[in-house]
Design a protein around this ligand. Structure first.
Ligand code: FES
Ligand code: FES
Length: 163
């Protein structure tokens, strides 16, 4: 059998430049979790349904299980590990914890990355914007209200009250 073709890729992840060779059929999720050992990004369904693997690619929330590793070429990637600011949890992470938006925590990295992309794009989102932004992130524990509340809280703490 032919060995799987290897493709060189270079990208930035959480501010760090990375270059490596990836298999043509390898997913971004596999590279992030199993080769770069950034285990915060979770694998749930593996087919684009649960959002547990959400990362931010050039400012947009993306399912890493649906992205080929070769498509990382030249991109700027952020995973949940990149949210830490000066060894401290970010405002968004603190809001999730303090507002009880984390229970088992399996969905949390994906929720955080979808929220992070939303707040970069729209610093003062309304409730509908938030619901839309996390509509691809499934949570079996919280019932979503606390998650929406935490994102509203983070937006207020970061950017002030909605005009
Ligand atoms: S693991 Fe990617 S969407 Fe479920
Ligand atoms: S906190 Fe358990 S799945 Fe969301």
């Amino acid at each position: 059998m032919e060995p799987c073709r290897q493709v060189p890729v270079a990208f930035t992840i959480n501010g760090r430049a990375v270059s490596l060779e990836v298999a043509a059929d390898e997913t971004a999720l596999h590279v992030i979790r199993d080769r770069l050992l950034l285990k915060g990004t979770k694998e749930g369904c593996g087919i684009g349904e649960c959002g547990a693997c959400t990362i931010v690619v050039d400012g947009k929330a993306v399912n890493a299980c649906l992205m080929l590793a070769a498509q990382l070429q030249g991109r700027n990637i952020m995973t949940v590990e990149g949210l830490i600011e000066k060894h401290e949890l970010s405002v968004l992470q603190k809001a999730f914890l303090e507002d009880h938006a984390v229970q088992c925590g399996f969905c949390t990295p994906g929720m955080l990355m979808s929220s992070c992309a939303l707040l970069k794009d729209k610093p003062r989102p309304d409730k509908g914007d938030i619901v839309d932004a996390i509509s691809g992130n499934l949570c079996r524990c919280t019932g979503y209200q606390q998650v929406v509340g935490a994102i509203q809280d983070a937006a207020r703490r970061l950017f002030g009250e909605k005009a």
